[in-house]
Design a protein around this ligand. Structure first.
Ligand SMILES: Nc1ncnc2c1ncn2[C@@H]1O[C@H](COP(=O)(O)OP(=O)(O)O)[C@@H](O)[C@H]1O
Ligand code: SF4
Ligand SMILES: [Mg+2]
Length: 339
């Protein structure tokens, strides 16, 4: 199965019209997602991960939100489709799962009904056949005794089971692209690993592209092929997972990597928090957005915002002093090896 570009996000800009004036939460974001790959989107809370994914599916209130840029899917720009056409995309082409399954599940219907509904609406199956398919989907997501489970209501299931149901619903339309917004954040570690395995397995089986949003680089290391790091509405680094972990080029990424809980030993002890506060979107630094928190910052950084630049094949960074960061990392690597 070849790699095919599923979605091209080109210079996406999402602006909310608030009482205090316009706020641009996503500011010039560009990336591509290929079939069969898992692209990770990481960054601290508030950096624009969810707004990016909600923009792709145009889920935000369009009376108060302005989208700019292009979202090229199968040759057309999603931003210029009608609402009807978008509904078709959401039901058949691009699916999304959320952190809290209860946002997608309706408490008053059985889970079988909710999954079957998707088959009835989008694939025009009869009721009986739709239920059979719903049971198949539940089986696929590893839910035990699915024939029994279809008749249960969301509140009768555990958090992990609900997450599986939401995945079953999202995959019922056989999407080309699955957007998963922190799908395991609310779950405990064992269940988290199971759900990630499930997504990975289904991705392979269905040759989907997956866009996995997380604030946890440990999750990225486990399941992603490529990763995009966001800070304050912009991409600050993009790389293959291997090269991001071995040679991070941005001071912020380096800080995030230090905060990945180590698998050995005391997790709490190893937590590192990047110092300083994220500036508000109403008060963005004139130069580099990370400058107020950056230990490498110089006057150039405070004056002029750096552009995102491709340094080597597939590795991009937005930093004036990435070479210093890289050299230091290499020296440290050698020191560690000698020790
Ligand atoms: N409807 C909205 N109106 C105004 N600001 C919003 C709205 N939704 C999100 N934001 C702001 O956009 C920024 C990005 O939010 P979000 O994408 O949810 O972050 P995260 O990376 O944690 O998913 C935040 O500063 C958030 O407060
Ligand atoms: S441009 Fe300057 S302030 Fe910004 S991340 Fe790089 S070194 Fe730090
Ligand atoms: Mg979010």
């Amino acid at each position: 199965m070849g790699k095919e570009c599923l979605l091209e996000v080109k210079n996406l800009k999402t602006t909310f019209m608030t009482e205090k004036g316009p706020v641009t939460a996503v500011n010039g974001v560009s990336f591509e997602i290929y079939s069969g790959e898992t692209l990770g989107i990481v960054g601290e809370s508030g950096c624009g991960k969810s707004v990016t994914s909600e923009s792709i599916l145009r889920l935000l209130n369009e009376n108060t939100t302005k989208y700019e840029g292009e979202l090229i899917y199968k040759g057309s720009n999603l931003l210029s489709l009608s609402e009807d056409q978008m509904r078709h995309i959401r039901g058949n082409e691009i699916s999304m799962i959320f952190q809290d399954p209860m946002t997608s599940l309706n408490p008053v219907y059985t889970i079988g009904y909710q999954i079957a509904e998707s088959f009835i609406i989008h694939q025009r199956l009869g009721k009986e056949e739709a239920y059979t398919q719903a049971i198949e989907m539940l089986k696929l997501t590893g839910i035990p005794s699915p024939e029994k489970r279809v008749n249960e209501y969301p509140h009768e299931l555990s958090g992990g089971m609900r997450q599986r149901v939401m995945i079953a619903m999202a995959l019922a339309c056989n999407p080309n692209l699955l957007i998963a917004d922190e799908p395991t954040t609310a779950l405990d570690v064992t269940i988290q690993a199971q759900i990630l395995d499930l997504i990975q397995g289904l991705k392979k089986e269905l040759n989907m592209g997956v866009m996995l949003i997380t604030h946890d680089l440990g999750v990225v290391a486990e399941v992603c092929t490529r990763v995009v790091v966001m800070y304050l509405g912009q991409i600050i680094e993009e790389a293959e997972v291997g090269s991001l972990f071995s040679e991070p080029l941005h001071p912020y990424t380096k800080g995030l990597l230090k905060s990945v809980p180590r698998l050995d030993g005391d997790r709490s002890k190893n937590m590192h928090v990047i110092e300083g506060m994220v500036p508000s979107l109403n008060n963005i630094p004139r130069g580099c957005r990370f400058a107020p928190r950056c230990s490498y910052s110089t006057s150039l950084c405070e004056e002029k915002p750096p552009e995102l630049k491709e340094i080597e094949d597939g590795h991009k960074v937005r930093c004036w002093h990435y070479e210093t960061v890289l050299q230091e990392g290499r020296r440290k690597g050698i020191a560690d090896a000698v020790r």
